[in-house]
Structure formats: C-alpha cells, structure tokens
Design a protein around this ligand. Structure first.
Ligand code: SF4
Length: 883
C-alpha cells in the first residue's frame, strides 16, 4: 500500500507520494536519483506501491539490481531535427491507422512536448552588423517547408508546443524557462506536487541535472512511445557517486572542470549508469558550473550528471525569473521529500570516485575526442602527435594548426553567464591593446538564449566582442552541430591549394573529425574566453598560457595573463549586468516572432503528404511492418566497422554534397545544387537519409581497405556498390544482412536516423563489442537486435570477407534481457568460427518490441486495440510557466 501525504505552501495544499514513509530509515542511504525514481513508481503504482518501492529499496543491498521498474517522465523535450522525424512517424502512423479504419486522433501525445527550433540555423554570415538577421533569413527560407510541418504538428497534436527559431538552444531554454524543478500535476481533481522529470531527444538533455531535475537523453522512437503514455522501462540503475572536494582555483572556469570530469569519468565504464555528484565541493560550484558539467554526461558516458537541489539552485531560479510561490514550493517539497542537498551526506553508491576541485587546471580537449583533455599549454604537443608537418607558422598565411573557426557556441558553455562575461572581459582588454584576429579566422558568438544579448549589452561587452568579430550570429546550435558555414576565403584557399590541416577552437562538447566542419578534422574544446584568445593568436601551435598571442601598437608582446579576467571581476560585472526581468522579456519577444506566425500550416488530423516534397515523405516503417527481424538465419556482412563509430559517421547531420547520391537525388528533383541544405534538415525524407548512410569520410568499411565510405562489396558478384543498392540487391535475392562493429558503436548524438537508416538497409542484427546507450535503444526501437560480441572477437581481427556467411540463432521466444545467442561464421561452407554473443536487451518491453518488429508497429497495434495508449491522461500545470 502506497504512502501518500499532503504538503502545504502559502498558496496551496498538494498531495505527495511520501517517499520518507515508504523507505523509512533506508531513505538516508539512497542516492537522490533513486529517491526521485522511488517517488515516480509510488505515484504511478497505486495500490502496488509497496512492491514497486521494494524493488528500488532492494538495490541498497548490493548497490545494483536486476529488478525492472517503470518510469513516467512528466514531459518530453525535442528539437527541430529530432521532432521532425518523430512527427513524420506520427503522421505516418495516423495515416496507417486511418487506412485500417481507426480514428487517427487516437494517436496523440498525453504529456507536454516542448520543441525548440535550434538545430538548423547556420553561420552563413559573421562579423557583420546584420549577421544574425541575415542568418535567420537564410534559416527561414531554407527550412520553411519543415517549419510549416512543425506548425501542422503543434496544431494537429495535443500537448505539443513549438518554440520558434530565435528562442535559443533547447537545453538553455529548459534551464532558463521550462524547468519547474518541482511540478504540480492535476489528476482526477487532485493537485499533486512531484519532481519535474523529463526525457529529451538529445543526448545533452542531462544539462538540466545541474538544477536538480532528473532527465536524460533518449532516441526519437522512445520519446514517441513516452509521449503516447508508455513508460520508460529500465533496470533499477547503477548510480556512480562522484564526491567533490575543495574549490576551483582563481582563473579556473566551469569548462575546465567539465573537461576534467569528462576525462576522469570516461576512464570507467558508465554505460547505462547514472552519475550523481555529492560532497562538500558541490556547494562551492555555481549553478552555471553544475549545468556545464552535467551537459557533458554523454561525453563522460553516463545517462546523467545529477546535482541535487540546494540554496544555489533556488538563487539561480530566482535570477531567471521563476515566481516566488514556485520557489517556495520547490524548497518545501525538496526538504519534505529529502531531495534537498546535504554536503555531509554520503549515500550508498554502486561505485564512488573522488575529485578534488583544487587540482583542476586550465584545459582544452582534443583534437579528436572530448575525453582527450590536455593542459592548455599542450596544444602544440597534441597537434604534433597527429600531424606530420611540424612547420612553424609564418609568412602571414595559415599553416597547419591555424585556427579556421573560433566559435563561442553550444549550450554547454554559453548557458553559463559567467563564461560569456569572461569572454567579453577578455575581448575588452584585447581591444584596448589593439589586438584583432588574423583574417583567416572565422569568428562567431551564438549564445544559447536571447537573454545573453541583454546582459552582454548592458555590461557594454557586446561592443568589445563585436570589435573582435564575435558579434552574435544567431541563437541556436550553429557551429556546434556543424552548421558552421563556409570558411574564410583565405582559409578555404589554404586548405584547397596547400592542403593544410587547420583547427577549430570552440566552446562546445564534441570535436569528432568533421563534426564542426567537413574540412576540419582537428578541433579543440575550450572555454569561451579561451576561444577568443585562440582567435587572436590565430593558431594553436604555441603555449597559449605563456607565449605571446599578439602585440600592441607599441610592439609590446601581449600574453594571455594580460587579458584573462579574475573571478571577482566576472562576478562584479554579472551582478550589475543581469536583471531578473530579462529572461521573460527576451523569451516573450522571441516567441512572438512575426516570421513564425506568417508560416501557414494545414489544419487537419491527417497530414496531406505531397509527393513532390523533398523534405517530408511518408516513412515506409510507420506501419505494422513485416513482423519481427528475429529468427534463425544466415546473413551476409553488409558492413564491418571498427571502434568509436559515432552516429555522425552512420547518419551525417551536415551539408549535403552536390556530388553525392543524396545530392543526385535532390538535384534530379529540382533542388538548387548550391543549397541542398543539411542532412539534419532532411530527416523527414527517408530517401535522402538512406543515401547519406556511412558516407562520412572517416567511416571505413573494413571488408576491403580501399572501399569508398558508404559502399560495400556484394557477396557473390564481388561488385562494389553503394550500401543502398547492395541492400536492395540482397533484399531481392531474399538474403539477410548484418552489421559488425567494434567498441562504443553509436556513440555521439541521439539521432534515431542512425538506426532507421540501418533498418532501411534491411539489417537484422548489429554485432558489436559494445554499444552506446541511446543508439542501442534506437536499434531495438527499429526492431534490430543488438548483440554484444565476446571481448576476444574484435571485428578488426575477425578478418571477415564479403563472401563469409554469418549464422545467427535468435528465435523470438529466446530473446530476453541478456540472452545468449549462438553465432557461427562460415567461409566457403566450412565453419571458420563460432561463439556466443549476448543480446544487448535490458527489459521485457525491449524484448516485446523486438518481437513486434519495432516500436512503431507495437504502438500502432496498441492503438488499434484501443489498449494502453491515451489511458493515462494528465493535465500538467507548470506553475505559471506554461501559460
Ligand atoms: S550540444 Fe550542440 S548540437 Fe547539441 S543541443 Fe547543444 S548546441 Fe545543440
């Protein structure tokens, strides 16, 4: 029997699921994350609350558990390039349901879904007084059809709210505006108070963990099922505790800490685990610091990087304009439910790590992975390790290591006002010394929200940044997601004519080769002021901490120490620059976009598909499908790849080249070959996405050393074909195909197209040494069985030939969490190898999904039978924020 109680604030009496009563003395030992999960199962379990609580409390015995729980997040967060395919799926499901004689409106979100329009805007124009306006014009022109579709979705579907272009990056919007931290939920006339929880179709969703909101990133398919009222099913998770001690030294910034945490935690296996920060060092961090660290949870490999609620959280919420009654509710609820942070507490964790904040140093990460942190002075060594040519800079032209892009970008760091103020102060000093970046550097400032402009302008720092080329180019992901636009002519010529290897320096969280720009293989992550410093230096072939980075008019050498602001200076400026009213004013102005209002959208429950559209096509998988992909079968290896294959490698997000299969397809349909837009904006068109698979130039098919990315060798004929054509050939021949991969397959972003595309190739199973969490779930969502290879079966060493046959015994009835699956490799009819792989399936619902052939057929079947869908109708009042 579940324990319920009441909580009184000055405004209201709330009903609460009483976790202290349910857990008793054990509550002290539970990590805060598990307290939130406990509340969730209690509130949703009704009379079964006692059993649900027992499943979580049993975790305390060993600090881990195999028990399965369900979790109902209170809301969903998406962005324009993940909501697009999700809404296209829903439009496709509605069409299939209507064709089968059902009511399409039965497929409707039952919890709030917020969509930010941030992932498409590019840096077409920079260092220009009208850069932001011009970039926004390009954005609206390029993406008009998609945006009209999003407007259709927000009108046709319940509970969907779209935040138009110019409202900022989803995670900043969530931090500054959407998150209520403690939410009130009205159910059957009773007003409940409960933790604000969410899932987001973006791997950096855990940024909101910085203010005590439990959230993590999921694939679009899982989000679709959650918005339709299905729970997230999961094992009671492992929770790794990171004990923070000490405090950051003078001059150190949140970025340095986040890169240090990423380096440290990436050394341990955090797959499918949650991280919670505790200990006295937490109190020494601002909420901005915490959010920057939490943002990089996917880079350190965890589901979350959770910081509990404390006085600093309330201070931040007040500064960002949350109402006094809401602040009162948060504090009262957190204290009553023992979610309030106690620096002396030491709960039980699956594993505990200690990190001393005093030891953090000024850092970069790169040049190829975010976990490769280096001391800021060591960029020259990091470059030497990857470049053959060690020629020094000189002659006034860019050489290897020259900074092609210096971008203050990304939700990671631009959401923390201290970091932007620090960049502005450094720019101010540089300007006083007369320093400017060389002409080859492409400079930009793309804050996470329009609020940043207000405090930077009020402090007079926007003028200083603009003087150095760091004027605001827009509010969105921009360079961080690879929409960095063309390089400067000087740099483009140097790359084309002399083949130099330039670098990008950005305040983002990812630097995989080609992510930031297709011509840039080497990128360094650093704090916003460090980005400005590197732009001024023009290259990273120097000790940025000690070597001169420029000269003043008198010819004196200027070093970083002459420019770097102190913590006291940053805080003093911030105290006068920021006003509480800025947040609501800036967002309200952006939400009232006349351009957005001018988009006309169809008003109908069913979306009117247009055969001529190159953006939105009815997806071939949003229907009941052909049944399960499980079974006992033999398959050809369509593709064999090595370690660290990211979702960027699998399904690119960046520009669509004119000389590519996807380009050919679009040009044949009348699109301008000079402006084909980016793959991320075409995710509503499966034909385009299919043609982009594995075409990233770093994606190597190990079936032959000289295979062009995106191609394979067809077994039998030996012909070299694009993956799409080879897959079509195999399908016609009635032959199955599989994909073989190394460690961490599917790392990177949450994009479900990396799984949808592989499903369209007909792949029945992916055999990998290990999977990144979200991608593993996306594969299952598309009905593809992820199989873990034994540690001694590295794909690189298996020596697979195109003609080899892989025999897999995965009958539907045998597939359950971590089931053993026998695999044999045959060459010319003889057995070459045999081993046991393990199904990377974690829950019963995942097994059911695989048996149904994927989540979309499963949801459609449930909708047809009028079962669980729409049965859990809640009305969520986000305490005045949703009005
Ligand atoms: S990490 Fe980059 S791409 Fe992802 S939401 Fe943040 S800014 Fe956008």
């Amino acid at each position: 029997m579940t324990d319920f109680a009441t909580l009184d604030t000055a405004q209201q009496t709330y009903r609460i699921a009483d976790i202290a009563a349910a857990a008793g003395e054990d509550l002290t030992h539970l990590p805060v994350i598990l307290r939130i999960l406990l509340e969730n199962v209690l509130r949703h379990a009704g009379e079964d609350g006692g059993a649900a609580a027992a499943a979580i409390l049993a975790w305390l015995t060993h600090g881990r558990s195999d028990r399965e729980i369900t979790f109902y997040p209170s809301r969903v967060l998406m962005h324009d390039t993940t909501c697009g395919p999700a809404f296209v799926d829903i439009a496709g499901l509605r069409a299939s349901l209507a064709e089968a004689g059902g009511d399409p409106k039965r497929l409707n979100p039952v919890i709030p879904v917020d969509v930010s329009t941030d992932h498409s805007i590019g840096v077409d124009v920079f260092a220009h007084p009208n850069a932001m306006k011009l970039n926004m014009q390009h954005e609206l022109k390029r993406n008009g059809e998609r945006y009209r579709f999003m407007k259709w979705a927000s009108a046709a579907l319940d509970n969907v709210r779209v935040h138009p272009p110019g409202t900022g990056i989803m995670h900043t919007l969530n931090l500054e505006r959407l998150a209520s931290v403690v939410t009130s939920v009205t159910r059957d006339g009773t007003v409940w108070a409960a933790p604000d929880t969410l899932i987001g179709t973006d791997s950096h969703t855990p940024m909101i963990n910085g203010i005590g909101v439990l959230a993590w990133g999921v694939g679009g398919l899982e989000a679709e099922s959650v918005m339709f009222g299905m729970p997230v099913t999961m094992r009671v998770p492992d929770v790794v505790g990171v004990r923070l001690t000490g405090r950051l030294r003078e001059g150190l910034l949140a970025t340095d800490l986040a890169l240090t945490v990423t380096e440290r935690l990436r050394r341990i296996d955090l797959a499918d685990r949650f991280v919670e920060f505790f200990g006295p060092g937490v109190s020494a961090l601002s909420t901005g610091d915490r959010a920057v660290v939490a943002n990089m949870a996917p880079e350190f490999g965890a589901n979350s990087g959770y910081f509990p609620i404390d006085a600093r959280t309330l201070e931040y919420l007040t500064q960002t304009g949350r109402s006094p009654p809401q602040i009162e509710l948060i504090e009262a609820y957190a204290r009553r439910q023992r979610l309030w942070f106690d620096p002396e507490a030491s709960p039980r964790y699956t594993e505990t790590i200690t990190l001393d904040l005093d030891k953090v140093e000024v850092s970069f990460a790169g040049p190829r992975r975010p976990q490769d942190r280096i001391a800021a002075s060591r960029t020259v060594d990091a470059l030497a390790a990857v470049l053959n040519n060690n020629a020094a800079m000189g002659g006034g032209e860019p050489r290897d290591g020259a900074v092609a892009i210096a971008a203050i970008t990304s939700c990671t760091n631009t959401s923390d006002p201290r970091l932007l103020i620090a960049a502005g102060l450094l720019a101010r000093r540089a300007r006083q010394f007369g320093l400017t970046p060389p002409a080859w550097v492409k400079t930009s400032l793309a804050p996470g929200s329009p609020t940043a402009e207000r405090y930077l302008r009020r402090a007079g720092l926007l003028d200083d940044l603009e003087a150095l080329g760091f004027g605001i180019v827009g509010y969105g992901c921009m360079t961080c997601i690879g929409n960095s636009g063309p390089l400067t002519p000087a740099m483009a010529n140097a790359v084309r004519d002399r083949g130099i290897a330039p670098v990008a320096v950005l305040s983002g969280n990812r630097n995989f080769p080609g992510r930031v720009h297709s011509q840039i293989e080497l990128s360094f992550l650093a704090s916003p002021p460090m980005v400005v410093a590197c732009a001024l230096a023009g290259d990273v072939r120097r000790d940025i901490l000690r070597d001169p980075i420029g000269r003043n008019a008198a010819g004196d050498e200027i070093r970083l120490a002459d420019l770097w602001p102190t913590g006291v200076e940053i805080d003093a400026v911030l105290a006068t620059a920021r006003e509480v009213g800025d947040y609501a004013d800036a967002y309200n102005a952006a939400e009232a976009s006349a351009d957005w209002a001018a988009f006309e959208a169809p008003a109908s429950a069913l979306f009117p598909w247009d055969e001529a559209s190159t953006y939105i096509r009815r997806p071939p998988f949003a229907n009941l499908g052909n049944g399960t992909r499980l079974g006992r079968y033999t398959a050809a290896p369509l593709l064999v790849v090595g370690d660290d294959v990211t979702t960027d490698h699998i399904s690119p997000a960046g520009a669509i080249p004119a000389n590519s299969e996807a380009g050919d397809y679009l040009i044949a349909r009348g699109e301008d070959q000079h402006d084909l837009n980016v793959f991320a904006s075409r995710r509503g068109n499966w034909e385009v996405m299919l043609r982009g698979l594995f075409t990233n130039k770093s994606a190597r098919n190990l079936l032959a050393p000289d295979l062009v990315p995106g191609t394979t060798i067809h077994a039998g004929s030996g012909e070299r074909l694009s993956l799409r054509i080879a897959a079509e050939r195999y399908a016609k021949e009635g032959r199955s195909v599989v994909l073989v991969a190394g460690e961490r397959y599917g790392m990177g972003s949450s994009r479900d197209w990396a799984a949808k595309g592989v499903a369209l190739l007909g792949v029945r199973s992916v055999l990998a040494l290990s999977f990144e969490r979200i991608h593993r779930s996306n594969l299952i969502g598309m009905g593809i069985l992820p199989l873990r290879l034994p540690r001694d079966r590295r794909p690189q060493d298996l020596g697979l030939h195109p003609d080899d046959v892989i025999e897999i015994d995965a009958l539907p009835e045998a597939i359950r969490p971590r089931a053993e699956v026998s695999v044999q490799i045959l060459r010319q009819g003889s057995r070459l190898d045999s081993f046991v792989a393990v199904s990377a399936v974690e829950t019963g619902l995942e097994s059911e999904t695989l048996r149904a052939g994927g989540l979309l057929p499963l949801m459609l079947r449930r909708a047809q039978s009028e079962s669980e869908l729409n049965s859990r109708v809640l009305s969520v009042d986000e305490c005045g924020i949703r009005d």
